[in-house]
Design a protein around this ligand. Sequence first.
Ligand SMILES: [Fe+2]
Length: 327
Amino acid sequence: MRHSLARVIQAHGLATLEASSGAEALAMLESQGEVPLVISDIYMPEMDGVTFLREALRLYPDTAFVMLTGVAEVATAVECLKLGALDYISKPVLVEEVRARVDKALEKRDLVLQNRFYQQHLESRVRELDRRNKQSLINGVQTLVHALEAKDAYTSGHSTRVSRYAVKTAVQLGYTGERLEFLRLGGELHDIGKIGTREDILNKPGPLTPDEFEHIKGHAVLGERILAPALAESPMVLRIVRSHHERMDGCGFPDGLAGAQIPAEARIVAVVDAFDAMTTNRAYRPSRTPADAVDELRRCMKTHFDPEVVDAFLRAFNDVSALPISL
Ligand SMILES: [Fe+2]
C-alpha cells in the first residue's frame, strides 16, 4: 500500500521517500532534512503514528502531516488533528482523494509559511519605522537647540552638558532605559522656551529688573507649549521643561510646587542646570570654580535642591575638579 501511495504521489509530480516505521522515518528526516509533507499511517510497528507525529512536529514544525486512518480510528484521527496534523485520509484510499488532500495540505502549509514571513517582515519594518521616528525626533531636538544657541551664545553647550550631567546623575538614582532617554531629551530641551525671551534681556550684563525677571521666567511655560505638539507622547520631557525652575521650598516657578510635588526628573535637571550655570561664564557674571559650585549646591539643599539628587550628582562626578565636562 505504501508503494502504491508513493506512485500516486510521484505521478502527481512530487518526489517521495518511503519509511516502514515511525523510527525509520525520523532517522530518514534526520539524514535528509525537513520535508514539506508527510503521509503517515497510525498503526505501525515500533513507533505508532501518533508518537511519530508528535516527535516529528517537535523537530520540524513546518512539515504538513496527513494521517492515514482506518474506519475505527476516527477518535485517533481527531487527536492527530489536535496535535498539529493538517488532515487525515480514511482507508480504503482513493487515488483522487489522495491528490486532493495532498494539494490542500501543501497549500495550507504555504499559507502558514507566507503568513509567518509577512509577520516577521512586518515586525522588522515596524521596528525600522520606530527607529526612524526616534531619530527624526532627536534631529528635531537638535534643530531647536541650535536655534536657541544661535540666539543666546551663553547657552552654547549648556543644554548638552545639562543633558549629560542629568543622565549620569539619574543612573545613580536607578533610572534605566526609556526614562534615561527622556531625561536626555529633557536636558537638551529644558531652556528651549528662551527662544521667546528678548535678546537684550537674555544677554543683559547687569542685574535684571523685576519686570525683566518675570519675562525670563516665562521660558518654562513657553518651552512646554512649544514642545507639546511634538512631544505629546513624552510627558516626562514636558514636565522637565515646565518644572526645572521649581524649588524644594515651593518658592520656584512657574507653579510654586514644593518637595515631592515637583516631578523627580525636573528635580534632577534643576540641580545639574544650576551647577552648569555656575561653572560657566554668563553675561552677568564670570564662572565659579566647580568646588564653589558644589558648596553652593550643598548650601541650598532643602531650600532649592533635592538633597538625594545633589548626593547622586556628587557620586556620579566624584572628581568635580574635572568639570565642566568637555563636549
Ligand atoms: Fe531654565
